[in-house]
Design a protein around this ligand. Sequence first.
Ligand code: ZN
Length: 199
Amino acid sequence: MEYYSKQISTLIEELAHLPGIGQKTAARLAFHIIDSPMENVNRLADAIRDARANVCYCKKCLTITDSELCPICADEKRNHHVIMVVENPRDLAAYEKTQKYDGVYHVLHGVISPMLGIGPQDIRLKELMQRLQTEAVDEVIIATGSSLEGETTAMYISKLIKPAGIKVTRIASGVPVGGDLENIDEVTLLRALEGRVEL
Ligand code: ZN
């Protein structure tokens, strides 16, 4: 049985597709949108459309950006000899917020998960290996999370890189197990970075 008009049901359905949004929250958001002034709704719709249309992946580190190179890769003052490997752009943002890391990044867009059938070829590892061949890199810091998948990915990358003679380090395990990096406070992140160990 349909409780709402077709348009509202469709809106609720679309919102409920977003991660972390259940039916209840979707309905609340939908009614909020319907009660909002038209100009606010247009602004939201434009922001969604523009972001999707204009955002692309940085040619080097693969984070999301709106130009060929992201501001970090384009910054000559950053240390381009140190690459921190992170799971996603949100983790990159978490480390950037500490303002203490001056190297560059590589975004994997995922982690290896045999359980979910996600293999090394499904994340942006090949691109990392290509960078290591063309860029002069002294150290690769693996900052994937401390979940089983994060650890598996770290071990896999380390085995892959080490024969090339590049120093590979892993952030310290001060990070709670299974914790999303973006939810961890800056002090813990800094400690994890400073206490990194060589693999
Ligand atoms: Zn970049």
